[in-house]
Design a protein around this ligand. Structure first.
Ligand code: UD1
Ligand code: UDP
Length: 366
């Protein structure tokens, strides 16, 4: 049975590579990997780390690409590829526009869709944008829904998705973390006297004023707390780079670097004092590592970490971000409360569980 995994961005690669490794290990499955090429430099190091070679790359990325262009190019190029390859199942992950277009294309071709990381919701179509639309749409056309947690399953059930096609599998991000985080990792980016804040920001809806507010708060923190150093791997998006340069060019306590290799990033996360981010995946990783995260957004689809106490939504207003960061820097009890390691995302065997379910699906046993 031929299973084609289609994805295109860094986080999808990090969370799909463990699944692909598992697919490759099964005798009855032929695994085919198709990259959309939505990301380029940011994705390749992940494929290299996990030693996975793609069979196809649609190479769609352009500078400052639009959502329409990503969607149209993928739909158009998959038309020919799916007719040629005729996979028995298509696997997509999460909520990117690559995943959305691939699922839609599979649906148009009557090919069963398996959605890894199904059921995440904010029910706000503009936050995150366009991801909430993407994931709801993907779940509409999916034949197997791999929900990372019971909470995600409950969301799907509340939308009347058939219980027989929903499976709680854990999140494959934990499978990936198991292979990267290493206690003896030696971090050169900070010295012992520094408290390290790790910063990332890339959400489309944050580009513009919200991002400027975030960066102002970071500047204020480094001004008021000289023991703090901020490491900021800057997303490749030119719009983000422009704002970041504007705000941090003269701040030597904010170290802007290129996107990190995922091995380094996971280990730097593990060594950092706290994390400021609008990322989705980082919320899961930090929850499992027990690292406090202040979420630079108004919503989260990862309430498990909020319930566990590791994540806190702080929005994108300068003052609030500053005050919440200050609290974590000065209030030990609050810091300790948010640093408890909990893991709502499974034991690192999500990929195995997912592929077992796929095999059962092909055997007609679901
Ligand atoms: C995409 C996803 C988002 C996900 C994020 C993970 C959509 C709509 N957005 O957003 O859900 O959270 O990836 O990082 O699917 N660029 C490069 N090289 C790269 C990658 C990007 O130069 O390797 C630049 C290009 O100019 C590109 C721009 O960044 O046009 C934006 O990339 P895009 O994939 O459209 O948006 P992301 O913000 O990365
Ligand atoms: N990440 C990475 N290098 C970096 C920043 C992030 O490898 O410099 C990893 C991070 O560990 C997580 C994923 O990229 O697994 C998150 O990607 P991103 O924040 O771009 O997307 P999102 O999760 O919000 O979709």
């Amino acid at each position: 049975m031929k299973v084609m995994s289609i994805f295109g961005t860094r986080p999808e690669a990090i969370k799909m590579c463990p699944v692909i490794k598992e697919l490759e290990s099964r005798e009855k499955i032929k695994s085919v990997v198709c990259l959309t090429g939505q990301h380029k430099e940011m994705l390749q190091p992940v494929m290299k780390l996990f030693e996975i070679k793609e069979d196809y790359n649609l190479r769609i990325m352009t500078e400052n690409q639009s959502l329409s262009s990503i969607t149209c190019k993928i739909l158009d190029m998959l038309e020919e590829l799916l007719n040629k390859e005729k996979p028995d199942m298509i696997l997509v992950h999460g909520d990117t526009t690559s995943a959305y277009a691939a699922a839609l294309s599979a649906f148009y071709h009557n090919i069963p869709v398996g959605h890894v990381e199904a059921g995440l919701r904010t029910y706000n179509m503009h936050s995150p944008f366009p991801e909430e639309f993407n994931r709801q749409s993907i779940d509409l056309v999916s034949d197997i829904l791999f929900a990372p947690t019971q909470y995600a399953k409950d969301m799907l059930l509340s939308e009347k998705k058939g219980e027989n096609k929903i499976f709680v599998t854990g999140n494959t991000v934990i499978d990936a973390l198991k292979t990267t985080v290493c206690k003896s990792y030696n971090i050169t980016e900070c010295c012992e006297d520094d408290k390290l804040i790790l910063l990332t920001a890339h959400r489309r809806e944050n580009i513009g004023e919200p991002m400027k507010n975030i960066f102002s708060a970071v500047n204020k923190i480094t001004e008021d707390y000289p023991e703090i150093k901020v490491i900021y791997p800057v997303h490749k998006n030119p719009k983000i780079r422009e704002i970041a340069n504007q705000f941090f060019a003269n701040n030597s306590r904010v170290k802007m670097i290129e996107p990190m290799d995922v091995y380094d990033f996971h280990n730097v996360m593990n060594k950092s004092y706290l994390i400021l981010t609008d990322s989705g995946g980082i919320q899961e990783e930090a929850t499992s590592l027990g690292k406090p995260v202040l979420i630079l957004r108004d919503t989260t689809e990862r309430p498990e970490g909020v319930a566990a106490g590791t994540l806190k939504i702080v929005g994108t207003q300068t003052e609030n971000i500053y005050l919440e960061t200050k609290r974590l820097l000065t209030d030990k009890d609050e810091y300790n409360r948010m640093s408890k390691s909990v893991n709502p995302y499974g034991d690192g065997n999500a990929s195995k569980t997912i592929v077992d379910i796929i095999e059962r699906y092909f055997e007609g046993k679901l």
